[in-house]
Design a protein around this ligand. Sequence first.
Ligand code: CTP
Length: 443
Amino acid sequence: MFTLRKVITYGTFDMIHQGHINILKRAKSLGDYLIVGVTSDDFDFRRGKINVQQSMMERVEGVKGTGLADQIIIEEYEGQKIDDINRLDIDTFVIGSDWKGKFDYLSDYCRVVYIERTQGISSTQIRSQHNHIRLGLVGNAKRLWKVANEAVAINGIDIVGTSGGEHDSCLGELPDYSFNELIDKSDAVFIESDVKDRYEQVNYALNNGKHVLCDLPMSIVSEKQHELLETARQNNCVLMSGIKTAYSTAYYRLLLMVKSGEIGDVVSVETTCTSLDEILKMPEYMKNNVWSSMDAWGATALMPIFQILGTNYMQRRITTKKLDDYFDIFTKIDFVYKHAVATAKVGKGVKSEGEMIISGTKGYVYVPAPWWKTAYFEIRYEDQNKNKRFFYELEGEGFRYELINFLRAINHGRTINYTEDSVINEISSVCEDVYKSKNVEEI
Ligand code: CTP
């Protein structure tokens, strides 16, 4: 009887190159059926490989494109190789000679073959030949410092300096420039300035052909938000939304699970984001530098609602508690959709539990506080035995993922759609109403 001799090999396969093709060919020649394990993005992160340029889907496509793999699987966790070898009934495990000795332990389960690496080529080498992006940082020094710290870990990003970060020792050696000067020196900018300054800055940068990563909303006026997205398209620039949460693995997985029906039909989404600045006790001159509830949290709290339920709601009710014409210390926004409801609560002078609950006809998702930087969530059912918990890695409060995605979007000449344009536009429309006290009830 003919038995299929199965071979397996693993790798990141970033920007697939001749070295990869050679090893896949050799591996295939050692059996009848080749299985290729491609590492998941978060597995690579966990093992410290943070500079990978292509997303997992793109890398899988790359391996598929060689036509050599009979099956492709995803490598998600440490120790998976033994599981795979047993589960898939593998005869031979193949890996490059750079790993010599490291996988001898697998010989208890199958034959282990190390294949001579192709000389003179590697993904690392290709990555370092890629153009480096000169990134300028615009905004408040404390926030920029976090970004600068994350960016040094990313191969391919060189920070050229800041604008608005002057007189702050925590930014260390970074030179501070005027805004226009910084734009001249950069290929791309990270903008986390006050909402009222953003439109001019983003617009100027885009019109000078620079890529932009900016917090939401990018303008107090929602019409101008639409305009910026259009300007980016016309100038072939990447304009990416700076909501960190959107790029975290846990959040992204959660969205996919909800959309694939894990909790049935979604009937309610509730989000709460607060932080207490004791704004009420601050002297007048300091209040100018503090972000309002909507400035700080509006976009983050609204994002999951629009991503899960869409932007075609039937009714919206905004209740806000303001300190002055602009500054809300607390805002609650309720939406009624055809088959669902949603509530976002944001606070800057009010404290509450920062959790997210998504309720469905089969169960609910519970994300504990602070949900916007979580690495963990639960799916809960009536029968508690069926509850599932999910843990993911979250490095550098999410800035790292955001920057890597920005870099990828620039290198590949397109935006990877973590936050759709319709979501970005709707977020700014809600923010505008709160800022202008239009269609809102004040308490
Ligand atoms: N490989 C090879 N010859 C090369 C490069 C890689 O045989 N010149 C093999 C590796 O030994 C491994 C597989 O291809 O078995 C996948 O390796 P991967 O880590 O994806 O490729 P590298 O180019 O080594 O990536 P990096 O530079 O990021 O480490």
